[in-house]
Each structure stands twice: as C-alpha cells, then as structure tokens.
Design a binder for this molecule. Structure first.
Ligand SMILES: [Zn+2]
Ligand SMILES: [Zn+2]
Length: 372
C-alpha cells in the first residue's frame, strides 16, 4: 500500500491540535489556495490535499483511525470528497466571492470541466532537444448563446416540480423499528433543484457545445516516451461557470535508427575493422547533435568495449547539463580474404603460435581452463 500522506503536515499543525485549531488552519489555507482566488497551477492540487486532510482530521472517529493506523482510506487527491470545489468555497466564504450560498443538500449546477487526454507523436530528436507542437482537440466549450446556463436567453430555470426545488426525493419505509426516512438525489433535476423550461437552442440545455481547439504545446528538451505534459485549463469548459479541466498531452517518441536512450544517456554501436582494433585509430563517431566527434581507439581495443563521450547525451529535463554518449565497439572480421591477405594472416598466426595443430580443435587457453 502506498505510504499515507502526513495529514498534520499538510495542514501545518501539531498532532495534538484541537478541533478548533484544525478548523482555523484549514480556513487559512483554503483562503490562500482556493482556485477562484489563486491562479497558480499547483494551487488546485494543494487545495484538494488540504481539503482531504481536513475532511479526515475534523471527524474524531476518522482522525483516531488515522492516528492508529496511519491510513485515511486513500491517497489525498483521490479522497477529495466534493464534486466541485465550489461546495467548500460556500461553506467557508458564505458565497462572498461568487455570490453562492449553502442550501440544504442541493447540488450546485456548477461543475469543473472534464480533463482531456491527447497523444502527441515526437521524433527522437524532438524529444531530446525539445520543440513546439500544435495539438488539436475536440472540447466542449461554454455555449455563447446562453453563457453556459442552458436556458434560452431571456428565460430562467424554474423550480423542479418533482422535488419542489430541494434537490432530493424522500422515501419512507416502515420496518419493525418504526418509520425510516431516506433521501436520494432527484433524478429529474440531477439534484440541482432547478428545471430548465426553455432549453437553449444552440446547446439543447447542456450549456456547452463541441468545439475544435488548437494548443501550441512547448515540449521541453529531455522528455521521454510515455511522459505527460499538462496544459492547465486546456480541457472541457466547466458547467455553469465551473473551472475548465486540464489537457494532458501524452508523448509518444519514435525510435532512432542509430541511437538508443538509457535515461539521460545515449548509446550507439560503432563498427571498426580488425586492424583498427588491433593497431589503434582515430575515428569519427556520429552524435545526435549532427557534428561528428573524434575519438581515439587504443591499440588492442576488444569487441564490446564501451567508450564514453561526455556531454553528448540527452539534456537534463528542467535543469542544466546533459547526459553522455556511450559508444559500443564492434570489431568486424572480414568475411572474404584475397589470397595475399590470407597468406599474411596465416603468417601472423604462425608467428603467434595460433595455427591449429592436428588433433587439437580447442584453443590452448580454453583447454587449460577445462583441465582445472
Ligand atoms: Zn446554450
Ligand atoms: Zn428535482
């Protein structure tokens, strides 16, 4: 199980804080972080964490459970108990900012827009060095005709006839314990208590209309396949003035014919000839930057040796510096020989005592190891 967040730390209070202290700490943070007040993109998530922490700690039973077992039944953002941040806003601000008021159990029509997800294909080079890309998405935008209310201009929503505007339906059941009353959200008005008598002609009362939108997305240098970029507010528009959702751009990086990635390092293979490996050579190695880098191959370099070229790898995401380029040497053995070459190699084999003797199929070195 994932480690539970420190709920006291989230609210900045001590573990023995009184209920009143918890409430005051939360109010203070909620005022600073509420998305209607704080436009910083990180503020909304912080606000949800703070709210989830408060929801657990304000309830003595859940607080004791958390103190004993360290779990609050989920991670903080998932625990967010409200359908819309506007609900909390009402509780603590008395509708002072948005003119909304707390009303029995009626749901507010205001809802945050849904998040959108879109894939974005990048070449290997674009991911390494960064780029700018246009992405097209189909979103739901606020209807201009009705300003998102869903009502035909000049009309207003009326009180729901099914629930009488309370947003909930009461059920009465008789049992041996007596009469039991239960309440469920009204399905006619979706718990809002309001009915749209004359739906807007443009959006059919939905308050939102489909629209194609383009975003110019800045892809930073050093991103990798599978990463997501978030465009704050790039998702569907909210309902009845709710915040827009976010757009998540999922990066799909194509492979490169020469280079591979290992985190922030690049790797590639370098074929060299038998004589280059034995005698040593200065060789030009390709880099992703475009210009070749000259490296020294020491005499006697073995196949599979790895050479490092510093600073020719992938730029670190969001900070200075780059990874390295690792070059793996492959020694290529000639597959056909002229008679002169063959004679030379045989002469060399004789000099090195490497000519196979009759009845001796295993190399001497390997034979010694097997005898041990
Ligand atoms: Zn409309
Ligand atoms: Zn209703």
């Amino acid at each position: 199980m994932a480690k539970a967040p420190d709920l006291y730390g989230v609210l900045g209070i001590r573990r023995d804080a009184t209920e009143d202290e918890i409430k005051r700490a939360y109010r203070k943070l909620a005022r600073e972080l509420h998305p209607d007040v704080n436009r910083d993109p990180g503020a909304e998530l912080r606000f949800k964490e703070v709210t989830a922490a408060y929801e657990t700690l304000k309830d003595p039973v859940r607080r004791q459970q958390y103190d004993l077992f360290g779990v609050a039944g989920g991670t903080a953002p998932d625990l967010f108990p409200f359908g819309d941040v506007g609900d909390v806003f009402d509780v603590f601000f008395g509708g002072g900012f948005g003119g909304r008021r707390t009303r029995s159990r009626r749901r507010t029509r205001t809802q945050r827009g849904e998040d959108l997800f879109v894939p974005l294909a990048l070449t290997f080079r674009e991911a390494v060095f960064g780029t700018q890309k246009d992405v097209a998405v189909e979103t739901l935008s606020e209807c201009e005709r009705c300003s998102g209310s869903g009502c035909e201009p000049g009309t207003r929503p009326s009180r729901c006839t099914r629930c009488g505007g309370s947003g909930e339906i009461q059920d009465v059941a008789r049992s041996i314990f007596g009469t039991v009353m239960t309440a469920r959200p009204c399905t006619v008005c979706d718990g809002t208590g309001e009915e749209i008598g004359a739906p807007c002609r443009e959006c059919a009362g939905q308050g939102r209309v489909p629209r194609k939108q383009r975003f110019n997305v800045e892809v930073p240098a050093g991103v990798a396949d599978g990463m997501e970029l978030r465009v704050a507010g790039g998702g569907q528009d909210g309902r009845s003035g709710g915040m827009a959702g976010d757009l998540y751009v999922s990066l799909q990086v194509k492979p490169h014919p020469v280079f591979d990635r290992r985190g922030q390092d690049l790797v590639c293979g370098l074929p060299v000839s038998m004589t280059q490996a034995a005698l040593g050579a200065d060789l030009d190695v390709p880099t992703l930057d475009g210009e070749a880098e000259r490296i020294r191959l020491e005499p006697g370099t073995q196949s599979g040796s790895v050479l490092r070229i510093r600073g020719r790898g992938v730029p670190h995401l969001g900070r200075r510096g780059r990874g390295d380029l690792y070059v793996t040497v492959t020694v290529e053995i000639p597959s056909s020989l002229s008679s002169e070459e063959r004679a030379l190699l045989e002469r060399m084999a004789q000099l090195r005592g490497e000519m196979p003797k009759r009845g001796e199929s295993l190399p001497a070195r390997l034979r010694k190891l097997l005898e041990k």
